[in-house]
Design a binder for this molecule. Structure first.
Ligand code: PEP
Ligand code: MN
Length: 345
């Protein structure tokens, strides 16, 4: 249930509604908005008695929220959220490219890659200092040394930086060095990590889990928003299916669906979706056509020598090609005009 307050309602009237919701045994969550004040009723298993709330001073109307996710839903928050990472906006009409190697590498190599991807059109740099790897014998990331390098990328190259946190113990340290935190696919349902990330004051890039349904993924985002962090960017990176011709199955179905039912920005990561560099560019084009707010693309100046995920890492020339593709595709007003494309509504 969403209680919409009148435009001229007072702060006292809003607190009155919140108190009434608490007396009913539920939890009120104020939803800030540009054009209206709303209070979401959460914690209810049964339908809420809207008659009582509708009669309270300052209340305009009560709207039933039909989905299990509330703060994430467009019903509750009609305008698309634009998440700002450094000076880069994710969720606006310009698709954003986030690029970089899978792992942070030596300082010299990482900075050279950052310079090159910036020249090729990337607006943000992403590389992992902590790597959750399938094999315990694989490279596990440089840890704090990698974070120090990421900060140098931001300061010297001028790109905002994103990196993954894999455990609660390293969140505070990582926050000192990066502009946004990634929750990896393997950790989509790591609830202790999620609850702590709900309290941080930096954006979170939330990848969909390998076997996460659409609703489970949005409920995870709900943990972050309801816990206090509204700066969430969703990222589709492929799910595990019976198909064995690609590393994962990139589920582009979710892009228009996210844009329809949620106000959160959505990115697509074709690198982990296909797992082979020769097919990454095609799926970037498909992702842009589906309405994504941006791409996450593993890119390297010498891809075959990448510390991790070498097979799916593209070179800088290919990234330049993807930037050109985006310009061409977003220039197709008939396809991507705000009025004509329901995905952009
Ligand atoms: C990564 O981004 O390099 C990574 C480990 O991704 P995912 O969590 O999607 O597997
Ligand atoms: Mn990777």
């Amino acid at each position: 249930m969403l209680v919409i307050m009148r435009k001229d309602s007072s702060a006292d009237q809003c607190s009155g509604v919140e108190d009434a919701i608490r007396r009913m045994g539920f939890t009120p969550l104020p939803v800030p908005g540009a054009d209206r004040t709303a209070i979401c009723v959460t914690g209810n298993r049964d339908p809420v008695d809207s008659a009582l709330l509708s009669r309270l001073p300052g209340v305009l109307e009560c709207i039933a929220v039909t989905r299990p996710y509330k703060m994430v839903s467009r019903e509750v928050h009609p305008q698309t959220t634009v998440v700002q990472v450094g000076d880069v906006k994710v969720g606006g009409s310009e698709p954003v490219i986030i690029a970089g190697p899978c792992s942070v590498e030596t300082e010299a190599r990482t900075i050279a890659i950052a310079e090159a991807v910036k020249q090729a059109g990337a607006k943000m740099f992403r590389a992992g200092a902590y790597k959750p790897r399938t094999s315990p014998y694989s490279f596990q990331g440089l840890g704090e040394e990698g974070l120090v390098t990421l900060k140098k990328v931001r300061d010297q190259v001028g790109l905002p930086v994103v990196s993954e946190v894999v455990e609660t113990e390293t969140i505070d340290l990582t926050l000192e060095y990066v502009d946004a935190l990634q929750i990896g696919a393997r950790n989509m349902k790591n609830y202790s990590l999620l609850k702590k990330l709900a309290k941080v004051r930096k954006p979170v890039l939330l990848k969909r889990g390998l076997a996460g349904t659409f609703e489970e993924w949005l409920m995870v985002a709900e943990y972050l928003l309801s816990g206090g962090n509204e700066q969430v960017i969703l990222c589709e990176r492929g799910v595990r299916t019976f198909s064995d011709h690609s590393r994962n199955t990139l589920d582009l179905n979710v892009v228009p669906l996210v844009r329809q039912v949620s106000h959160l920005p959505i990115l697509v990561d074709p690198s982990h979706g296909v797992g082979k560099r020769e097919r990454v560019r095609s799926m970037c084009r498909a992702a842009i056509a589906s309405g994504t707010h941006g791409l996450l693309v593993e890119t390297h100046t010498d891809p075959s020598t990448s510390y991790s995920d070498a097979d799916q890492t593209i070179d800088v020339e290919s990234l330049r090609g993807i930037s050109r593709d985006i310009e061409i595709l977003v220039g197709l007003e008939d396809l991507f005009g705000h009025e004509s494309n329901p995905a952009v509504a």
